[in-house]
Design a protein around this ligand. Structure first.
Ligand code: TXA
Ligand code: MG
Length: 334
């Protein structure tokens, strides 16, 4: 299969919508990461999507819709909590888990009685939803286990020849996937950290404590792994950890340090390659997947990333970094 490269011109979007309507797989930009879209009402197309991504069958998909009314095309009920969250955060990087309608294919929900749904805040994604006129199921457009794609090159690196088309919308803004929230009850329960923070949701105390016990199915799987080990360093200790690792591995090591956490002192005359020095957690989050993929072609044996505080977007950043570190640890089962 040849993967068609499309721009976001009017004609190209019309072509992309046509391919989607015919049951094709099209990678599209969203404000979070690129998604691999397929019509959510076509079980065969959804099955092809799992194959293209090598995705475990027990990991359900997020359905993307154009507006609040269209949520009811896949959800049986929009709870008062969901209404409130949609009013505050849609369109945006928030996914709601709601009771699923019976006509949503099992392939989309992985057989659960709930469905995950979101309204993306990206002109290309919204235009395609309007043109296609159907809800689109779209997981991140990476091969399973790889870092999520934030640029069209990442999509092609993983999926060229396995999907029908990709629409280039430039680099994505948030750089981390949406926050997944169970919105069936009266308080939001965060199932996956993301672009909408706990602080924005007003999730504290008990609901927050419940977070780790109620993970999204997908958060069980090996994830976010570049082809080299990722080491987490305490804030401000990245240079020292990288220097020690150079000695241990006997080869060059990449470093992603966070400016807010201090000076890059002991780096003279070592084999440490500074890959980036993001200003803060938000900048690290936006660039993280790009940097992890870029590290693979920088000739380094490992990459050290400085931790950020677990507040605001820092929670989502640390969630992804920990899982990248776990997934690339020598003892990690793949
Ligand atoms: O930002 C995003 O969410 C991106 C863009 C493309 O929209 N999509 C994305 O999809 O990250 P994916 O497939 O990589 O992650 C979907 C997450 C998984 O952790 C999955 O388990 C969870 O959403 N999920 C899907 N349906 C669910 C459900 N019914 N209940 C609980 N979690 C669900
Ligand atoms: Mg994903």
């Amino acid at each position: 299969m040849t993967t068609l490269r499309l721009t976001s011109s009017h004609d190209d979007l019309a072509r992309a919508a046509e391919i989607l309507c015919a049951g094709g797989l099209v990678a599209i930009p969203t404000e979070t990461v690129y998604g691999l879209a397929v019509r959510a009402d076509d079980a065969d197309a959804v099955a092809r999507l799992y194959v293209a991504k090598d995705r475990p069958a027990d990991n359900p998909l997020i359905v993307h819709v154009a507006d609040v009314d269209a949520v009811l095309s896949v959800a049986r009920e929009v709870t008062p909590l969901a209404r409130d969250l949609l009013a505050r955060f849609a369109p945006g990087p928030l996914t709601l888990v709601l009771p699923a309608r019976d006509d949503v294919p099992d392939a989309v929900t992985a057989g659960l009685d709930t469905v995950a749904v979101r309204i993306p805040d990206h002109p290309v994604a919204l235009a395609l939803l309007h043109l296609a006129g159907v809800p689109l199921a779209a997981p991140s457009a990476n091969r399973s286990t790889r870092p999520s794609p934030t640029r069209v090159e990442h999509v092609l690196a993983d999926l060229d020849g396995r999907i029908d088309a990709v629409v280039d919308g430039g680099p994505t803004r948030v750089g981390l996937e949406s926050t997944v929230v169970d919105a069936r009850g009266v308080v939001p329960i965060v199932l996956r950290e993301g672009g909408v923070t706990h602080e924005m949701l007003g999730v504290t105390g008990v609901a927050e404590a419940r977070t780790s016990a109620h993970r999204s199915p997908g958060t069980r799987h090996r994830h976010y792994a570049p082809a080299l080990p990722v080491h987490l360093a305490e804030p401000g200790t990245g240079p020292g950890v990288a220097v020690a690792l150079v000695a241990e591995l006997g080869g060059p090591v990449g470093l992603i340090a966070v400016r807010a956490s201090g000076a890059l002192e002991p780096l003279t005359a070592t084999d440490v390659t500074v890959l980036a020095v993001p200003r803060d957690a938000a900048e690290l989050g936006a660039e993280m997947f790009t940097l992890l993929r870029a590290a693979e072609s920088r000739g380094v044996a490992a990459v050290v990333v400085e931790a950020v505080a677990e507040e605001g977007i820092g929670r989502a950043v640390m969630d992804r970094l920990r899982r990248a570190a776990d997934a690339t640890a020598p003892t990690s089962a793949s």
